[in-house]
Design a protein around this ligand. Structure first.
Ligand code: FES
Length: 104
């Protein structure tokens, strides 16, 4: 059995955590990693059980990102986590796994 920690090699190298807001809830996640890895960092158990392909095929990780000029839709597994990012809506899979309330 290996003595390596469970997350060794899972995350891209990072120096600090960034704060993002998802449906009004603040999350701390590693910079230089995509949002789905960041959610895994924040809620490891839930994301490990989730139904995610991690490669852009399943679209179970859709997020709606707020920008000054409007919203854009993206995949959490393909979008880098950026400090102060605001996500206003997420897929049903992410909403359940992250234990977020449905947007009204
Ligand atoms: S996890 Fe499947 S598309 Fe992102």
């Amino acid at each position: 059995m290996s003595d390596a920690p469970w997350n060794e090699g899972l995350f891209n190298r990072f120096e600090r955590l960034v704060e993002i807001t998802v449906c009004g809830v603040r999350f701390s996640m590693p910079e230089n990693n995509n949002l789905l890895r960041g959610f895994q960092y924040a809620k490891a158990d839930a994301l490990m059980r989730g139904n995610y392909c991690w490669n852009g095929d399943c679209i179970n990780c859709i997020v709606w990102i707020d920008h000054p000029e409007g919203k854009s839709k993206g995949l959490a597994c393909r979008t880098e986590a950026v400090s102060d990012m605001t996500i206003s809506a997420v897929s049903d899979d992410l909403r359940i796994d992250l234990m977020l309330n449905r947007a009204e």
